[in-house]
Design a protein around this ligand. Structure first.
Ligand SMILES: Cc1ncc(COP(=O)(O)O)c(C=O)c1O
Length: 371
């Protein structure tokens, strides 16, 4: 496995800890450990007494029980806990793919969702989301790229970077499409529970079919990226077993303090998701106003889920624009080139508390500069 550099991670490595405003983060506003411990009486004391030995490789049983509650058909033995979603993506691809396998991946997207497959020798086709279709996936296009030997379809909804949420009808059609052909489905659901209208929430893919796998994480909806706790949920015993065996060669087991805190947080996940969604709704209203006023400069496709969107710059070149913006005003945007996307788009993140101040600074930059 020899993947190309992760462009988005390299970009963030340059700016994340020195730019004044991150206006492109994909995670929601974080909490401090003290905030989590305050959720339950006695948690503070229990945390201090929590044992720091090795933990169970599959994930603490009590944590897996809590994660299983997110789903309808999933038991704790269907949950495999990882160091973030990233480890789970890597191990899933290693578990299911052989060189030459055909894989279809939702694109543009989070780079590891296609890069790991490619680096394992898989033949990757992009299922491209297009702005003229409000970033929705087109099933006619899927029918054009499908092959008799397609082994896996990878989707991400709510989607990074566009904020597109698949409809229930589309999910049913995709599920049927995979089932009829015996194709595996890997569904990256790290932004699930951030539907802007909660009634739009989709069933988790792992609940639809035993061969489908759902990916979840503490980082996004619950604002707890620093825990580095993610998981897959699947009833596919073969995939589960292979991933568990691979984990012995990566992290072996998870961080004990992180498992404790993740389990505590998940007992209050509704509260944490509502907190994130409240910030998102507030900031989205500011963005509606901003993009209405700036319609000559940006094309805005309003997302229907998640903490990010992928607007287009209509004048000038996006990399140079982002570079000038961060250097002159300290506001960081993420150019679409970091997704290998040629459309002059950029990722905008709006789930941070200081987003109104960041947007205000961005606005001032636009007022003072010739774009
Ligand atoms: C769609 C998607 N999947 C997976 C991940 C990885 O999550 P984590 O960094 O928590 O491992 C991210 C992070 O940005 C993401 O956007």
């Amino acid at each position: 496995m020899n993947p190309s550099p992760f462009l988005l991670e390299r970009y963030f490595a340059r700016y994340e800890f020195n730019a004044r405003y991150l206006l492109c983060s994909s995670d929601c506003e974080s909490l401090a450990i003290a905030d989590l411990l305050a959720l339950e009486p006695g948690a503070d004391d229990a945390f201090k007494r929590h044992w720091l030995g090795y933990t169970e490789s599959l994930g603490a049983p009590s944590l897996r029980r809590e994660i299983a509650k997110i789903y309808e058909t999933i038991a704790p033995e269907h949950v495999l806990v990882h160091a973030g979603a990233q480890e789970a993506i890597t191990l899933y691809m290693q578990a299911v793919l052989q060189p030459g396998d055909h894989v279809i991946v939702h694109w543009p997207g989070y780079q590891s969702l296609y890069e790991i497959a490619r680096s394992l020798g898989a033949d990757v086709s992009y299922w491209e989301a297009r702005p003229e279709n409000a970033w929705a996936l087109n099933f006619d296009e899927l029918k054009r790229i499908i092959r008799p030997d397609t082994r896996l379809i990878v989707i991400n909804t709510p989607h990074n970077p566009t904020g597109w949420l698949m409809s229930r009808a589309e999910q049913t059609a995709l599920s049927l499409f995979c089932r009829e052909r015996g194709i595996l489905l890997f569904s990256d659901e790290v932004y699930r529970e951030l539907e802007h209208d909660p009634s739009d929430r989709l069933p988790a893919a792992c609940d639809l079919d035993p061969n489908f796998t759902s990916l979840g994480v503490m980082s996004k909806t619950y604002g707890l990226a620093g825990l580095r706790i993610g998981w897959i949920a699947t009833r596919d015993e073969d995939i589960y077993r292979k991933m568990a065996a691979l984990k012995d060669y990566t992290t072996i087991c998870n961080s004990a303090p992180s498992e404790f805190l993740a389990e505590l947080a998940l007992r209050h996940r509704q509260q944490l998701a509502t907190r994130s969604l409240t910030i998102i709704q507030h900031n989205l209203a500011l963005l509606d106003d901003f993009f209405t006023r700036r319609a000559n400069l940006f094309a805005w496709v309003r997302p229907n889920a998640g903490p990010i969107a992928f607007p287009k710059l209509l004048q000038g070149e996006i990399d140079a624009f982002c570079d000038r913006l961060v250097n002159q005003s300290g506001v960081l945007l993420l150019p679409g080139s970091m997704y290998g996307h040629p459309g002059n788009n950029f990722r905008l993140g709006f789930a941070r508390q200081n987003m109104p101040a960041a947007l205000e600074t961005f606005d001032q930059f636009l007022n003072s500069s010739a774009v």
